[in-house]
Design a protein. Structure first.
Length: 256
């Protein structure tokens, strides 16, 4: 039965991808490793009836579009609505920022990697998205960010000696500074390759009264994340139990 369910799930994913992505052939090439239809370098990826993203096909950008648009992984428990203030930490090339802005939200997007920031700025042009070439960390100032081998999407402030990552210097801002600027946050999205613990743990407790909903990707730190949200009196769910996955948190009753 489990095998049948897995096959059915994959079939639904493929059919959904063909329905959503105008560039579905390129998506299938990425998804199943069909080298004869895979592109390399910069190019456009089209959403049916929606935006065309400029992405780097040599990296994992197509996979990010699958996770953010097709699988809708950040909006499982709360969906951005017109009038919302959305903060996107680790905005990459803008996949989630564009999705939230298309829902009518005003987005504040933070991405420290120069190449991805350029794509973010281009992909969000004309939308209510404020782009900042800044990292978000436990303290403001200059920090080292270590480049991921083979792709900017995995860049991290956390050094891994086994990966021999090369650092570059970026300016950083704190979550407290962001919330003091925006005034409130209806939806906070975080994907920052392991620094989510430092970002949340160092933020003053009182600012979380102004953050209603949070969706984040955790990186081998699930128990630490759970403890943080228990301390902050958020309700939360985590669909998976592995080293990497998603956590959804909200204040008060059920998220809208």
């Amino acid at each position: 039965m489990r095998t049948i369910n897995n096959i059915a799930r994959r079939v639904r994913l493929v059919l959904g991808g063909i329905a959503m992505f105008k560039s579905w052939g390129l998506w299938l090439g990425y998804r199943f490793g069909f080298s004869f239809v895979r592109k390399k370098g910069m190019g456009l990826f089209h959403i049916r009836g929606g935006p065309a993203f400029k992405i780097n096909y040599a990296q994992t950008d197509v996979g990010t579009l699958q996770e953010v648009w097709l699988m809708d992984l950040y909006q499982k428990h709360y969906r951005a609505k017109p009038g919302d203030v959305v903060i996107d930490i680790g905005a990459n090339f803008g996949a989630f920022a564009v999705l939230a802005a298309k829902s009518g939200a005003t987005v504040y997007a933070y991405e420290p990697t120069p190449r991805q920031f350029d794509l973010l700025s281009e992909n969000t042009r004309g939308l209510p998205v404020h782009c900042y070439k800044l990292a978000v960390a436990g303290k403001s100032g200059e920090i080292n960010i270590y480049e991921a081998p083979g792709g900017d999407a995995g860049n991290s402030v956390i050094y891994n000696e086994h990966l021999k990552r090369i650092p570059f210097v970026a300016k950083a801002i704190t979550l407290r500074e962001i919330i003091n600027e925006t005034g409130r946050c209806d939806f906070l999205k975080i994907d920052c390759e392991g620094s989510e613990v430092d970002i949340l743990r160092t933020a003053p407790r009182e600012i979380f009264a102004r953050i209603d909903n949070i969706a984040l990707e955790y990186h081998d730190n699930l128990e630490e994340m759970k403890q943080i949200f228990r301390t902050l009196d958020y309700k939360f769910v985590t669909p998976g139990k592995g080293k990497y996955g998603y956590l959804y948190a909200w204040r008060g009753g059920r998220p809208n």
